[in-house]
Design a protein around this ligand. Structure first.
Ligand SMILES: Nc1nc2c(c(=O)[nH]1)N[C@H]1C(S)=C(S)[C@@H](COP(=O)(O)O)O[C@H]1N2
Ligand SMILES: [Mo]
Length: 293
């Protein structure tokens, strides 16, 4: 991954709250979902929508931050289905509607941080992953959940060029997957998720580095053993399984001590677990924090 200077966007481009609340109605109507509730986990200013939707990492479309927006035109997020298999009582192929309808969307304002040193504050529209996973009745043997992204060479130029070992894969330990902060997002800023941010369904785990937030999920598998994620396979010295934000553990290329919030000039100090330590640190009690990057 390369470091790029975060783009500067005037605060006047931040979508006024009333406007995006109206758009939320549109989103709700589109996927016929019940009313939305709200959880704000930070008082930090929202990153302007224009930055969130243009400065993205989505290697299936290319390795530059603008590639997914530029090259995503051929991608079809609808119709969509997700295959669920492995150690569970209700495996099968579920349409996006099957997945979303029983849950409804709520807004979650989360801090996000990439291992490359940039961060954002994003109002996601999603629902707890736990609520979905319980529907599939995971068995006692399910210790981890593995996620796989869609892989469509015809619609994804980065897949054609083979710039990573696709399909993109990620995993969570069962307690991480079931944690109430872990969500699946189907929208942001009250609108349907744009292709470049992982349409139509992506993972959001706010205490971990951005690469855990797998986009355009096509498969969810309950497994006994810790799965290997794509970045770990591509570069095991640099990427681990846990990927918890830890300012004390630099990667070989980047210090993780500070971060640049998109749209801001000064660097910020990075917080352990990205500021969510109170809620999540206990899950890693007794584990070596230096191995949890
Ligand atoms: N399928 C897929 N998911 C992915 C990636 C990717 O290249 N492919 N990039 C990851 C990385 S490195 C980051 S930082 C986040 C970025 O999410 P955003 O672009 O919506 O901010 O998506 C993650 N999910
Ligand atoms: Mo990232």
């Amino acid at each position: 991954m390369l470091i790029k200077k975060p783009i500067d966007i005037a605060s006047s481009e931040i979508t006024p709250r009333a406007t995006y609340l109206r758009r939320r109605d549109f989103l709700a109507a589109l996927i016929t979902l019940p009313t939305v509730s709200r959880m704000v986990t930070t008082t930090d200013t929202l990153t302007p929508k224009a930055a969130v939707t243009s400065y993205t990492n989505f290697y299936e479309f290319g390795s530059d931050k603008g590639d997914a927006l530029r090259n995503g035109g051929a991608f079809k997020p609808s119709p969509w289905s997700v295959t669920v298999d492995g150690q569970c009582g209700k495996p099968g192929t579920y349409t996006l509607e099957d997945i979303l309808k029983p849950h409804g969307l709520e807004e979650r304002v989360y801090r996000m941080r990439c291992v490359e040193g940039w961060s954002m504050v994003i109002p996601w529209d999603g629902f707890p992953l736990a609520n979905l996973l319980k529907r599939f009745e995971p068995s006692g043997k399910a210790k981890f959940v593995e996620f796989t992204s869609v892989e469509r060479a015809g619609e994804m130029p980065g897949v054609r060029r083979g710039i990573l070992p696709f399909p993109y894969r990620e995993g969570l330990r069962m307690d991480e997957a079931m944690h109430p902060l872990t969500i699946l997002a189907a929208g942001l800023y009250g609108e349907t998720l744009p292709t470049q941010n992982g349409a139509p369904l992506r993972l959001v785990v706010p205490w971990k580095y951005g690469f855990k937030g797998i986009k355009s999920i096509a498969r969810i598998r309950f497994v006994e053993r810790q799965p290997v994620n794509t970045w770990q396979e591509a570069n095991p010295v640099y990427y681990g399984f846990y990927a918890n934000v830890n300012p004390d553990v630099p990667t070989p290329s980047y210090s993780q001590a500070t971060e640049r919030r998109l749209g801001e000039f000064f660097m910020r100090h990075t917080l352990p677990f990205n500021g969510y330590a109170d809620q999540v640190a206990s899950m890693y009690a007794g584990m070596d924090p230096r191995r949890l990057f």
